[in-house]
Each structure stands twice: as C-alpha cells, then as structure tokens.
Design a protein around this ligand. Structure first.
Ligand code: 73E
Length: 792
C-alpha cells in the first residue's frame, strides 16, 4: 500500500513526497484504493455479460454520497493497512481522510437512500447501475450571518475527483424542443436543440470487495462544434454560447427538497439524464440480444420518485419510433421494465408540468403521454387522467407506466393507497407494495462509530457487519452491568469527541455528561424544528424559575439547511440562532442548557453527530414524513427516539419495543380530524400557559431585541394557520421530554434502553430493503457472494 501510494503521488500527480500537501496524499491514497477495486469490478461486469444476468438500473436525480475514502477502505478491508502506510509515510491518516470534500449530490433522505442502495446492491452481488447527474455544484454551502442562512455555491469538483473514470467514448445526443412530423404512420422528432451526455463511472464495491457495480453520472457537453468563425471575428460570446447552454444542464443540483421547482431547467435536467440512461441501457441490451421484446426479462428500471418518470414515454418513444413496435405493445413492454418509488405525499412536491412547457421542451413525449393516457382510458374507463387541467401529472404517469409502485414505510404505503393514488389503487389493487427504507450498516455504524463497533465485535464477533440481524445477540446483555458500562463508555467517548469539535467549530463549551438531544434534517415546517425550539425556550423558562430544582442538563443540537426560497424555514433557522445566543449566555442556566447549531449540515457532520446522540428527535406531524432514515441511524447507534407515530418511526418502535421509545402526539388520523375543528390552534395555545408564555416572549422580541417584530409573522402564523399542529402537540411533547429527563437521570436504565435499540435495529439494514425490491419488484436474485474469494 505504501509503495502504491508513493507511486501515485509521483506518477499520477507528479509530486514528490517532500513537497506534497494533505490533498495530494488523499488523492494518492484514493487512487491506490481505486486500483484495488478495479479487478473486482471487471470480474463482476464480465460475469454479468457471460451469464446474461438481469440488470437493475436505479435512476435517481440525487446520490448523496458524502466522503468515500473510508467507505472504500472499509469495504476492501484495508483500513488498517492504509492507516499504517500513511503513518509510515509520516502522515496523519485521519487528517488525510477528512481532507476529502463531501460529494453532496443530493438534498437529503431521498439522495442518501440512493447511495445506501448502491452499497447494498454491490454487497448482495446484484448486477446494477446507478444513473444520475454529475452536478458541478452539489447542494449549496450554508453559512450563518447574524443568525441568518446565507448560501454559497458548493465546489466539490474544483479538486480532482479520484474515484471516477471519464468515459468520453460513451456519448448520447439528447434533443430538446423542435417539432414532430408524421408521415406513413410514423413519427419523426426534429429537436431544435441538442446536447451531448457523456459518462463518468465510479466503481462501487460492496462489503469485502466481492462484487463491483457502476455509478454512472452524466455530464452535459455542447453537441455543436466550437464556433471558430465567430471566435475569429472577435465575437467570443457567440463562440461559446452553445457551450454555456449545455453546461447549464449539469451545473447545479436543485436545492429544493419538497417543492416543484417549476423551472424549464429542472425538466431539462430530468429528461437529460433519463434519456441518456435509457439509451445507454438499451444499447447494452441490444449488444447481445436481438429481440427488444425480451427487454423485461433482462432489465429492471427503478424510478427514484417521479423525477425520472419521463423514462416511461422515452422507452415507448424508442421502441415505437426507432424499433417500430406498435404503440400499445411498446407501452406494455415499458411497463414490465419499470418500477416507481413514491417518497412523499406533500402536495407541493408532486410534480406537475404545464402542457405548454412540456410540449415545448419535449413535443414527441407529450404526444406519447397522450397516447398512454388514452390507452389507460381504453383499458380502464374512468381511470384518473395523466393530463388534466392543462397539466401533466407525473405521479399518475409514473404509476400507470410502472408494474409496481412502492411506498417507503408501512404507514406511508397505506397512505399512498388511501390518499393520492386511491383511485388508481382500486383499479390496480396489487400494484402498490411496501418496501420500508433501510440504511447501510457499513457507513452508519461500522465506519462512523469505531468505539461502539469495536465493542460489538469484541462481544459477538464481526458477522453483524454483513448480517445486521446478528445484533440481536446483544439483547442478552441488557442485564449485564459490565457490558452496559462499556456501552455507555463508548457513547461517552463519542460525546467527548463531539464536545471538542463543537468547542472548535462553534466556540461553545458543552458538558459531555449532559443529554445530547439532536435534530438533524432539512428544515421544514412539517419536521417541526419550530416545536423543538419552542420547547427549548419553555424548558429554559422553567429552569430559570427554579434553578435549584433537579434538572437534567441538556445540549440541544440542530443541523439542517432550508431551501433558499423557503421563507418560513429560513425564519425558523434565524429563531434557533437567536434563541441560542440568549440561552448560551445566560449565567442562571449555565451548563444546564446549551443550544448548538453548527452551519452546513452534511453527511460528514451526520457521521459525527449520530454516534454521539442520546436523544433522536423524530417529531414530524404524523402522516407527513414518508419514512425518515436518520431515525434508523440514530437508533442503531444507541440513541433513544422521541417521536410521533409517523413514517418508519412506527416500525422502529415495534422493533425496539414501545417501552424503549418516547412516543407523543396526535396520530395521522387525529391530525386530519383536528384540522376540521374550528380555531384548533388558538384553543391549544390558550389551554397551555407554558406555550402562551413562550410565544409571547418570542413575539415581544425577547430573543431579537434589535428587531422586536422579527417573529410577529412566525408567531401569528401559529395562531392563525398552524397546519402542522405544532400547537396541538406541544404539551404532550414537553411532558414526554420531561419523562426522558427522568430516565436519563437514572443512567443505567437509559443505557439498557439504548442497548435494546441498537440490538433491535437489524431489520432496518438496507440489506433487507434491497432483498425486498429484488424479490417483489425486480425479480432478480440476490446472490450470496460470501463464497467468492477475494482476488486482490
Ligand atoms: O421521509 C423521507 C424519506 O425517508 C422523504 O421526505 C424523502 O425521502 C426519504 C427517502 O425515502 C423525500 N425527499 C423528497 N421527497 N421525499 C424529495 C422531493 C423533491 C426533491 C427532492 C427530494
């Protein structure tokens, strides 16, 4: 390893060891690791070709990857070797690992799920490709200026990306606009504008390096040649125009996690990567099959939400316009290949395109969508329409074009059946299935939490890393004092490290013995960070009223970004920072209560915070969080959850036991009912002196003395249209927090409950999730690769 690193430093980077920076060492190490992956990768690809195995194609606008060095080293079993090599070379391994920028090609859970799935598809030996966009700028970087969120462009690609292989030879022409001619019963689309999609491949090697798949990300290039004539005339802008246009498509990730962007660029991005992916997989299929009718036997395409839903019409277009299949047959064949995962019921996130826009950008696809709509009507008269009120409804399109539609938790799937797709569910009663989300135990325990991971391995061996259900064996230790102490000590070590990091990055001293109470996720009204900060103020009030009472010291930790155009979410961020400033400087409460909100939450920060958390905040309005995956990561790392009966919380609670979960709040059904009660929010506020007091303080400017009316709108909104029922759940949330305080003060019971959480989370491995997709949706075999020998 040492020689390989030195060789790359010299031969690939042109540096000598004496004059190399941390960055150079990191890139050299990455290249050395990548070398070790390539053999597995080639062997897997060869085997897939030889056995003509069915391939899975996972189409996703987002892959929230984070850093890769440690992940790759761990999967290849090379962490110790890499550490030793760098140490011998006089380098600090941890500093080298931390030098890597996060690949933040996603907004949150949806993108991170795609990354976890890539790990598991490789670990289970399922031949698969992830397809997405190689954004030049991932999710924006967040800073706080006077407590307000400020966004700047993220630049992960300014440094060389050592993991990818550029494939300039893999190129597809992607058309936009223009018109369609019909003659002799055939359609001919003449796009007005064309860009090239070129591929960049990142090998993804699974646990123990036994199987390698490909993450293929597309980058847009100008299709027309550089305009030398304009350039020579001195018209430099005209010369670069087509280049600028093309580059825009893969330039930025949409920083929006819930609302339809409504922008032409977003539609173009969606078509760009979907079309390139479909053309690529068809080319691969046709390279060793003659009959396109066999496609569904060899190809399973999964749509990660509706963002790639244009895949349906695109497949139909290629099969009918270019391979001359009759339209109805093309529709049926496409359907047998496609699966659609729904990730949200929030109405503002359900994609709809105005027919004017869609027809202008994709005129042939609009015709095909009309044909699909008619085909559905002919087969099922009265079925919900894809085209309605001048809009194309991408959810209906994805549903109708997929042979299976899945929700991402048991509760969410039931709501998919009973709300947004109830009519389609009646017509197609077996189409909707559930696949509760999962997480990769490699990144989210083995790699991010060494103290706990080592303890578990000492106790039960290392089999749990590949088979997370083995953690169940830890249940026998919940009465074992010595083991519980060791378990608590591992948590304590993570908390101490986090406390050091908080001191460095935020300048706030926190006590590692205080309860670390963490809410990290996108800032959104339905996730109710607002309720959390209101509860913080209420607790602060009561501590100040009786500073000598028996309190459980707390550190409230927040992390998350708000979509740049989401005004209320940005106000919530501002409020948290304002409250933090006041509380953190209060000598009365001192170490009893601190509020910490480090800027720029990302995967790397999650890897730091989750292992150190005592309490996991999963407090969304019931019925709104489709699943959540952060909730699983916390519980796996031995945090107790305070949560509502929402998304996967329901199943987590079932697995860890209701006595090891702090439940509060209205159920999804009660939420719907409560909204029908006239004046419910005002009534809830008036019934709660505690909440009234907090709202009064905030509205009066106690936390914003420089601008006392800053939160009038936010507080007024709670009185008048508290859609997410912060007011109605507040008291039950506050009381449940105090219950958590009590249990925490009795440390040993807390440790036993936390251990039950870790021990019971095996089911939430994405191993189980992927096996479910393979069995119920893709009809592919998960091959146990454990018998394969590692060759490198
Ligand atoms: O509950 C989460 C879920 O765990 C859900 O909000 C999230 O997906 C996670 C993984 O299943 C999600 N993200 C989006 N929709 N649902 C979304 C919507 C538009 C753009 C980007 C992401």
């Amino acid at each position: 390893m040492k020689e390989e690193i030195l060789r790359h430093l010299c031969k690939s980077l042109g540096k000598d060891a004496a004059h190399s920076s941390v960055h150079d060492w990191r890139v050299a190490l990455s290249l050395a690791l990548r070398d070790r992956m390539v053999d597995h990768w080639f062997r897997s690809t060869r085997e897939t070709y030889e056995t003509r195995a069915k391939r899975v194609y996972y189409l996703s606008m987002e892959f929230l990857i984070g850093r890769l060095v440690e992940d790759m080293a761990a999967n290849l079993g090379l962490v110790e070797e890499a550490r030793a090599a760098l140490t011998e070379l006089g380098q600090d391994y941890d500093a080298v690992v931390l030098n890597e920028p996060d690949a933040a090609l996603g907004n949150g859970g949806l993108g991170r799920l795609a990354a976890c799935f890539m790990d598991l598809l490789a670990s289970l030996g399922i031949p698969a490709y992830g397809y997405g966009i190689r954004y030049e700028h991932g999710l924006f970087k967040q800073d706080f200026v006077d407590g307000r969120q400020v966004e700047t462009a993220e630049t992960w690609l300014t440094q060389r990306n050592p993991w990818e292989f550029e494939r300039p030879e893999v190129q597809f022409r992607i058309g936009f606009g223009g018109h369609v001619d019909h003659h002799d019963g055939k359609a001919y689309w003449h796009p007005w504008e064309t860009v090239l999609a070129t591929a960049y491949d990142t090998p993804v090697v699974g646990w123990q390096g036994k199987w390698g798949n490909t993450l293929r990300l597309w980058s847009a290039r100008p299709a027309s040649k550089f305009d030398l004539e304009s350039f020579n005339r001195g018209d430099y802008l005209a010369a670069g125009r087509s280049e600028a246009l093309a580059r825009t498509i893969s330039r930025v990730l949409y920083p929006d996690d819930t609302t339809e962007a409504g922008k032409e660029l977003r539609l173009k991005q969606e078509y760009f990567f979907t079309a390139a992916s479909i053309m690529d997989l068809l080319r691969r299929f046709l390279s060793d099959h003659d009959d396109i009718r066999e496609l569904p036997q060899y190809v399973a395409i999964q749509l990660n939400d509706t963002h790639p839903a244009i895949a349906g019409p695109e497949l139909v277009r290629l099969m009918s316009d270019e391979h001359n299949l009759p339209m109805d047959e093309a529709i049926e064949l496409a359907r047998r290949c496609l699966g659609y995962t729904n990730h949200t019921l929030l109405p503002e996130a359900l994609e709809r395109w105005h027919v004017g826009l869609l027809g202008r950008v994709l005129p042939r696809h609009l015709e095909i969508i009309r044909a699909i709509d008619e085909d559905q009507q002919a087969r099922h008269p009265g079925s919900p329409r894809i085209l309605e009120h001048d809009h194309v409804h991408m959810g209906e399109l994805a549903f109708i074009m997929a042979h299976k539609v899945n929700g991402v938790s048991a509760l969410h799937t039931e709501l998919v059946k009973s709300t947004v797709f109830s009519d389609l569910h009646r017509i197609h009663p077996t189409r909707i299935v559930n696949q509760t989300n999962g997480i990769t135990p490699r990144r989210w325990l083995h790699t991010c939490n060494a103290p706990l991971s080592n303890l578990i391995t000492r106790e039960i061996g290392d089999g749990w890393v590949a088979d997370l259900e083995k953690l169940k064996a830890l249940n026998q230790r919940t009465g074992d004092r010595e083991f519980l102490d060791a378990f608590s000590a591992a948590k304590r070590q993570n908390k101490t490290e986090l406390a050091d990091w908080i001191a460095q990055t935020c300048g706030i001293a926190v006590d590692p013995d205080a309860m670390f109470d963490v809410q990290i996720k996108r800032i959104h009204e339905y996730k109710r960070q607002l309720m959390n900060i209101l509860e913080t103020v209420a607790l602060w009030n009561e501590m100040r009223d009786a500073p000598d009472a028996e309190w459980t010291p707390r550190v409230k930790i927040f992390g998350g970004k708000a979509a740049p155009g989401y005004h209320v979410a940005k106000q919530i961020i501002h409020l948290i920072n304002d409250v933090a400033r006041v509380i953190n400087n209060d000598p009365v409460t001192g170490d009893l209560l601190k509020v910490v909100f480090p800027a720029n939450y990302n995967v790397t920060m999650a890897e730091r915070l989750i292992p150190a958390a005592d309490l996991s905040e999963q407090i969304s309005t019931a019925g709104k969080e489709a699943s959540g995956t952060g909730n699983m990561k916390f519980a796996l790392n031995g945090a107790l959850t305070i949560g509502t009966l929402d998304g996967a919380n329901v199943e987590i609670r079932e697995h860890v036991g209701s006595e090891n979960f702090f439940l509060f709040g209205l159920t999804a059904r009660e939420v719907v009912e409560r909204r029908h009660v006239h004046g419910y929010a005002r009534a809830a506020i008036e019934a709660s002196p505690r909440l009234s007091r907090v709202l009064g303080q905030i509205a009066d400017g106690q936390f914003s003395p420089e601008d006392s009316s800053r939160y009038h709108g936010l507080v007024g909104g709670l009185y008048d249209h508290d859609y997410f029922l912060v007011t109605c759940d507040f008291d039950s949330y506050f009381d449940t927090q105090r219950r958590a305080d009590q249990v925490y003060r009795n440390g040993s019971n807390w440790a036993a409950m936390a251990l039950r959480n870790t021990a019971s989370m095996g089911w939430f491995s994405s191993d189980r999730t992927i096996r479910g997709y393979a069995r119920d949706i893709w009809q592919v075999d998960a091959v146990d690769r454990a018998g394969l020998e590692m060759t490198a």
